[in-house]
Design a protein around this ligand. Sequence first.
Ligand SMILES: Nc1ncnc2c1ncn2[C@@H]1O[C@H](COP(=O)(O)OP(=O)(O)OP(=O)(O)O)[C@@H](O)[C@H]1O
Length: 570
Amino acid sequence: MEHFSLLQGIWRVGNHYWRSKAKNYAILLLMVIIGLNITSVYIQVWLNQWRNVFFNTLQDRDMTAFLDSLYLWGGLILAAWAVSVYQNYLRQLLAVSWRSWLTDRLLGEYLQSKKYYCLQLQDNGIDNPDQMICEDVKLFIDSLLKVFLWFLYNLGILCSFTLILWELSGSFSLSWRESSITIHGDMVWIAVAYALMVDFVMGKMGHPLVQLNFLQQRYEANFRFALVRLREYAEEIALYSGENRERHLLSNYFKKVYDNLQRSIKRQKILDSLIFFLCRGTEPLPYIVAVPRFFSGELQLGGLMQVTGAFEKVQRSLLFFSSWYKEITELKAIVKRLVILMDTMEEFKRLGQKQSIKIIEAPEAAFSVENLNLKLPNGELLLDNFAMRLQPGESLLITGSSGCGKSTLIKAIAGIWPFGEGHIYIPQNQQCLFLPQSPYLPVGTLREALLYPRSSQEYSEESIQGILKKCCLEHLLERLDDQENWSHVLSLGEQQRIAFARAILQRPQWLFLDEATSGLDEATEKKLYSLIRSELKGTGVMSVGHRKDLFVYHQKILTMKGKGCWDLVA
Ligand SMILES: Nc1ncnc2c1ncn2[C@@H]1O[C@H](COP(=O)(O)OP(=O)(O)OP(=O)(O)O)[C@@H](O)[C@H]1O
């Protein structure tokens, strides 16, 4: 990403929208916006000609012509107002449509093949992808449309006013030894030379802002994320009285925001003072160049005002790059972040296709694992050449000391652990359900949390109520339709019972329990395991657990012994 091209980046992030189903609407809107943009250039040309007429009426002391020119000015300003309002309005419509399409696409990609989880496993330069999808997409589209339309406007102004300036310019002679040449268009050449010099200086001075803006967005996102975590873990932090530590952490995050902002502001100050000096400090320049022709009578007052106005327009449009430097550097930083996100997701998809732990849907009835070498990201072995087979209705308990890799084996079976190699065969068209130690309960009604990720239409009221009773949750029957953040309201044991109820309702063919009863007392744990055995007779069960009581509910025991060693007994 060192040599990052803005145009290539924009193409990479933006091109798909213009080839999507929404393209007809988008192209139509863009055409109308461009039409309005050209009209606004035309109005500026007209206003420039009006300057000539207007100042001549002053010079001639002609009241009738003066009033006529005022009416004309009113009409032109009215037209400029309508064009500007509608251009803005349609630009925002286009931005909303583009944003909704791009957000939808990125969300689709991000949620596909469990990338939202797997991207966190490796250091890939992406932090806070959620904020990239939420904020960078919006900023990218807003900023790109603004810069594009401003560029187009300036191009129109540059072309039309260069022609006007050329027409109204005088000539100057250059002589060397005996020969001399006369060059027409003095005002045009002076404007071009001046603007090129300014653009060069500003380009050099403003370059560090690209990296500073890129870092600024990253630091701001990290600070926001730390604040979100504080809210998410408020209870735990309060119980530990971890306020001082949190304060320290948050201050550190904010310090990075602050330091980078300081550097950015200092650099911007240099740029601003340059812009001011180069733009305002040279205001008399066109008068100085044109005034000899005015004093000699070659130009009327109107002509002088028109030519200086045109000079200013040409100069301003040539200065587009430098005066928009901040906007362009911010756009570049945003595009760079989105390109990194898209490239990483693309790379992940490519690698996923040649994933070394292969999950294969097989026509057989049994679930099996063959030649599995399960590893840590640093290559350390957790399981060496592991193999096992589980028939429908059979159950396996995975035990071993803490940190030996039990949960990691479950993650590998779920297809979210990429480190290692081997084959995992899952019977075709059969549902696997994974219950982690801490169940996920979405914010919403308890009914939605219970049935997640299914919808409530799929289950009858009796079956929902019946299962809650069986899982010792009858006290929650009244609250099925209450809206809450259930993971903050229910105890860990209650959440785990909800997860069991969910599993029994969904009736998967294969159920994987990762210490899914760790928050329960032994009596409730026994009750739930017995329930699984009586309600889900044909379901193959694989559990991770430490308690000896669990042995009786499983026919096979896998003991993970560390350093890749394992032992499987039936
Ligand atoms: N994302 C990760 N990156 C690097 N190492 C990881 C990651 N996730 C887990 N590990 C490491 O993998 C090892 C196995 O972890 P795992 O959670 O599978 O252990 P476990 O046997 O389930 O432990 P416990 O019984 O305490 O739950 C641990 O050493 C852990 O630090």
